[in-house]
Design a protein around this ligand. Sequence first.
Ligand code: ADP
Ligand code: MG
Length: 730
Amino acid sequence: MSALRFKMVEEAVKRKVVEVPAPEGHPSDYFGRMVFNGEAMRKYLRKETCDALLKTMAEGTPLQRTTADDIAEGMKRWAMEMGATHYTHWFQPLTGGTAEKHDAFVEPDGHGGVIEEFSGKLLIQQEPDASSFPNGGIRNTFEARGYSAWDPTSPAFIVDTTLCIPTVFIAYTGEALDYKTPLLRSLGALNRAATEVCGLFDPTVKKVFSYLGWEQEYFLVDEGLWSARPDLVLTGRTLMGHESARNQQLEDHYFGAIPGRVKAFMKDLEYEALKLGIPVKTRHNEVAPNQFELAPVYEEMNLANDHNLLLMSVIQEVAHRHDFHVLLHEKPFKGVNGSGKHCNWSLGTDTGVNLLAPGRTPMENLQFVTFLANVLMAVYKHNGLLKASISNATNAHRLGANEAPPAIISVFLGRQVSDVLERIKNTEADDKIVFGEKNGFRMDGIGQIPELLIDNTDRNRTSPFAFTGNRFEFRAVGSSANCAGAMIALNTAVAVQLEEFYKAVDARIQHGDSKEKAIFAVLREYIRESAPVCFDGNGYSDAWKQEAARRGLDCETSVPLILDRYLAADSVEMFARAGVLNEKELHARAEVCWETYVKKIQIEARVLGDMAMNHVIPVASRYQGMLLEKVYRINQLFSSGKNQMVVSQDRELIEQISYHSTCIQTGVTEMVEARKRANRIENIRQRAVAYHDTVAAAFDEIRYHIDKLELIIDNEMWPLPKYRELLFIR
Ligand code: ADP
Ligand code: MG
């Protein structure tokens, strides 16, 4: 008897909604309460200090040491009044997630007592002894120390009783050991390049911001059931489990009524998020049973990304209060949809113009088309790199499967935008471009682009990178990822591309072209050249795979090989030119990616082997023993032919169990051998390739036979919570 499974199912079924007290006041009252924001700064800092900090936040001007001391003092007072006792430098190691090491404010006062202390020095820089974070060799070959340094552009906040200070994490020699450092560098590069290009249209633009609006998908599983599945606990996904008779075919979960227990959890989560200044807005059920989504209003990218990482840790805490466990893994269940994290990306000026939205005047529209065409070029040239930026062991289960994004990066533009580009492409330099009736405003000397009204309903769910009316939506990003991985690659590619564009236009102007003529000429080239990356059809179809290969797009599907794109000559050149990552940093990053890939597959292989041999095979043997006993006794008692039918069916089951058990045992033995062989490979890239080709490749076969046994063996004996229990109890 599987006592644990039944106990957990019983508990899960009986659970009540955990009522949390309704928040006092309105969201506008408690929004950002736990954040050292403008309001707190004004209250706790002297005016000069506050102004200096706000200037640093807005313009990146360096802070004086004395100012930092003042800020630290004010921040400490605020934090202590809010009940904080500790502080931490909060950073984003390459493992994913966030890291923190808490220190108490208390220091000995020299007279046997303690005082609370927090200085500018402690605020600005620390040396967490974080030597075990992956660094791709940077810290072994150079200087062992890693430093965390305050990022004043993202405000400090309090979680529980700890003051968290967002920081970058860098080596003593200056190389980035985290995600935030290159993200900030890429934002700087993009700002510089985009502002220069904006100058062609509106010289008053002084700054261009990058915006990110993420949509976080996740699964909720009852915590008791979760704890009875070693694979969920240790790898975040189910390595076995037969499909439930019903899963998402009825499509009744999507946008359906949110179940009570879940709703209580969501309310609680939103309250916590709002207090932390995360502007959460949308919540709904997703396609799969027990799958949900949460999305905030978009924000400046560095802040938006910190908010996503913060949410990913808070969500787990809150879920725990409601006896749920959150699965952020990209593919926790076979046969039902996986989870992504759509990254909505746009650029906006300090004059309030969204550069990826059609404007009101022909000039604004020309600017819009300029940015659009440059994004197309960037994605076209670096489609392989962009794929690398979202590829890892967990997201691999989602890519290329018959859902969400295919493992080929293409851009969906929609009919209207495609039409506009087509017409620009086909007109000669001085032609007037005339669009139907609604011609918009005209301006002398400017190619006539009409008022564009983009139909936001023109959508294609199969595209990994889609234009959605006023932004691009990078849908291939995985639910457990740090968005920065993808955003660094995208920002940098677009920054370098915009630089190229400016140079090309400038060269034509030097040769006597008018500005508009020069812009149109370059855009025409770009639209022609980037055409292969544009695809509005069904991204899931096999026909597209062949077509994409013909068009020269990157069609590699093996994660370790996709990661090679980070070190390809054009990527190295691009990152170096933008000053985002140098070659050494890229090598280090690629190594960490391969290493992490190996570790994840290694853990899965161990867990799968262990569950197969210690959970499944013993139960199969016991059930088989019962059948054997039964057949034996029937044969002893009844010799007549009457019972032979029953006996022969039982014999059949006995044979099937033997067959599947043998296949599992051989499969596991071979997988272990493959692992041993792979482990002997010194070179980390080669080892990752071997793990992909020989270890991960063995999973499906083993799983297939386990899932078959699940169908045969007595339900009461099966030790692991089944899909129907994991997906439908809430
Ligand atoms: P959907 O599921 O239809 O894509 P959601 O409302 O779930 O839409 O999420 C859309 C996300 O895109 C939100 O985070 C929203 O704030 C964000 N967004 C909207 N406009 C922009 C923009 N101009 N730039 C970046 N993000 C945007
Ligand atoms: Mg979306």
